[in-house]
Write a protein that binds this ligand. Structure first.
Ligand SMILES: N[C@@H](CCC(=O)N[C@@H](CS)C(=O)NCC(=O)O)C(=O)O
Length: 204
């Protein structure tokens, strides 16, 4: 049995989506970020960076933070949503790192300057819009070579990228220029496990 500490954010959604895809037993603990629950001592003991998500394996006591580390752990532990060979696994890691290092931070900053900044900041908007478009172009190119982000099969790298790239409308990004990303988003959104994970996230 796993406990996933999450919120309804791109990084939070990744974990229930993966747990559902893998058919694992889990319960969700919603962390109220607006109320500052991520700073409470009990949570910080699990997540020293004060951020969701966290995954606890109740059977072994293993506790992990950082969404892509959690995804990689689940894939390796089950041998699913990841290729079996070392080179295939390294490609998954490569795309997980790029998501965590660039896609999340850049799209996250763009969202904040569009929707949460106390005052308009045209320079920040221009910088993060340019970076977000550049990342879209990288993924569009990748999907012209491969049906999925990291491999010929659906992997945890697709899950990591999906929850960020599906925010395009809130970021003011028109997918008409990125038909392969649109097709890839549609293929993932149609997966029953994804729909079930989002449904369970709505349950409280
Ligand atoms: N690199 C981290 C980023 C985690 C992250 O930014 N989590 C956000 C929600 S998506 C959070 O907990 N924010 C609360 C805060 O910053 O106070 C990961 O992939 O897990």
């Amino acid at each position: 049995m796993y406990t996933a500490y999450i919120a309804g954010t791109p990084n939070g959604k990744k974990i229930p989506i993966a747990l559902e895809e893998l058919g694992l037993d889990y319960r969700l603990r919603h962390v109220d970020l607006g109320a500052g629950e991520q700073h409470q001592p009990d949570f910080v003991r699990l997540s020293p960076n004060h951020k969701i998500p966290v995954l606890v394996d109740e059977d072994t006591g293993l506790s992990l933070f950082e969404s892509c580390a959690i995804l990689y752990h689940l894939a390796c532990a089950t041998g699913r949503l990841i290729p079996a060979d070392t080179q295939g696994r390294e490609l998954v890691l490569q795309w997980l790192f790029l998501q965590a290092a660039s896609t999340g931070p850049m799209l996250g900053q763009l969202w904040w300057f569009r929707h949460a900044a106390p005052a308009p900041n045209p320079q920040a908007l221009e910088r993060y819009t340019r970076e977000a478009l550049r990342i879209h172009a990288v993924l569009e190119q990748r999907l012209s070579e491969s049906p999925w982000v990291a491999a010929q099969e659906y992997t945890v790298a697709d899950i990591a990228w999906y929850t960020w790239m599906e925010t395009h409308a809130e970021l003011g990004i028109d997918l008409q220029a990125y038909p392969r990303i649109k097709d890839w988003l549609d293929r993932i959104a149609a997966r029953p496990a994804l729909r079930e994970a989002l449904r369970r996230m709505e349950e409280r």
